[in-house]
Design a protein around this ligand. Sequence first.
Ligand SMILES: Cc1cc2nc3c(=O)[nH]c(=O)nc-3n(C[C@H](O)[C@H](O)[C@H](O)COP(=O)(O)OP(=O)(O)OC[C@H]3O[C@@H](n4cnc5c(N)ncnc54)[C@H](O)[C@@H]3O)c2cc1C
Length: 319
Amino acid sequence: MVLVYAEATNGQFKKAAHEVITYGKKTADILGTECHALVLGDTPGAEALGKYGAGKVYRVSGASLAAFDAAVYTAAIADAAKQLGATVIILSHNSTGKNITGRLAARLEAGSVPGANTVPEMRDGYFTVRKPVFSGKAFADVQLLTDVKIISVAGNSIPVKESGAEASVETLEISLPEPRTKVVKHQVATGRVPLPEAELVVSGGRGLKGPENWGVIEDLAEALGATTACSRPVADSDWRPHHEHVGQTGVAIRPNLYIAAGISGAIQHLAGVNNSKTIVVINSDADAPFFKAADYGVVGDLFEVLPRLTEAVKKYRGQ
Ligand SMILES: Cc1cc2nc3c(=O)[nH]c(=O)nc-3n(C[C@H](O)[C@H](O)[C@H](O)COP(=O)(O)OP(=O)(O)OC[C@H]3O[C@@H](n4cnc5c(N)ncnc54)[C@H](O)[C@@H]3O)c2cc1C
């Protein structure tokens, strides 16, 4: 059985949860088995996870789950998997997934693939999962040889698909440990879609010349409904907050559209953005390396190009 941990964000099941269940359903179909979802906590609307392919939803409740604690969440998922006899466990490769995939693998003596971006295949009789390596410059096909297998799935890897009806929700009795950490403050970094989940991203580099010029990036992002990002030197110079920095040492993203203005396209920057489906580069230097990775390029002054692009988007959207 495939067990998918469906994580709720701000009291709701969002795209990342639907995506990982879609992935779990496809995996279950390949293995000729069932896909079930696991929910930790009392988030309403869990029945609707059935629409994305969960045959059943199992819920674990308890005061220890009120805030994220890696040890508690690992114990809950591991014990649920044991109780249900799950052989494949799937979760999102978000901050929770990155935090607990290794812990789960150790606890369940399972082989794991963190950050997979394609659905597993049975190849030559082996359960094989593909994941990007070397900052996205190559792929590794990993055979999981253990009885229990764990996969964390990179965001935006597969389109969400509705394939079924609402599912029944059953409660699992699990004795949870006490949390060893306590969240004392929760501060939302931005009102926009967080970068790892964003489908549209507008990003600026040192070509913006200073933080006072960021309005041209913000205006285009606003018109498109996009999230803003930046290159590392921009964050290092405190022009923008560090959570916006994308690249090898920042956030790795895979949006449908990445618009980069005034960014040269250094290899360390590309490492975090080259999985974007469409890349648009605006740079005044026709020899900027970023153009080699671009689907569309504009050689020009960003201070002229961006406002015109924003106006065109507004006109197109009838704003
Ligand atoms: C170990 C290591 C890790 C790193 N990790 C990261 C990382 O995660 N992310 C990251 O981004 N960088 C990272 N870097 C830094 C990286 O090597 C580059 O230095 C950085 O990406 C350059 O940022 P930039 O493109 O904004 O600036 P620049 O390289 O200075 O490029 C500015 C660009 O703006 C263009 N420009 C200037 N004026 C205009 C204008 N008016 N209109 C249009 N275009 C204009 C220029 O032609 C130029 O191409 C890392 C470096 C190291 C050594």
